[in-house]
Design a protein around this ligand. Sequence first.
Ligand code: THU
Length: 134
Amino acid sequence: MAEKKEIYKELLSFAKQSVENSYSPYSKFQVGAAVLCQDGKVYCGTNIENASYGLSICAERVAIFTAVSNGSKNIKAVAVYSKCGNVTPCGACRQVISEFSQKADIIYNDKNNKIKVEKIMSLLPKSFNKQSLK
Ligand code: THU
């Protein structure tokens, strides 16, 4: 368990590094994400906005889509870092995370930069997913 905490702290530090690449000239709200996959690989992402606001995409989905594009489809954990703290994935990102794991841990920093861990299931209970289609 102690080892897991260390791994999650490191994952959050990758998310923190990604914040530096945030393209958020409209909201000026920088977010970084890092995804740990079952195969042990880590993929990062940051939020990317657009002058056509609706085309903006969250850090979490950039990280997850990068993971999937590189052949890693099973998500173990998603870390989200914001300078203000207490940012958990938005509804759309929760739905995308639940597509690739019902058991993923969601890691984020609180206002005091303390690490917090939640389960995707508690953030998005009773999600619509591939089992729902059977
Ligand atoms: N944002 C994320 O990247 N992740 C979140 O979990 C919350 C919101 C981005 C979207 C937009 O670029 C900015 O933060 C303000 O909503």
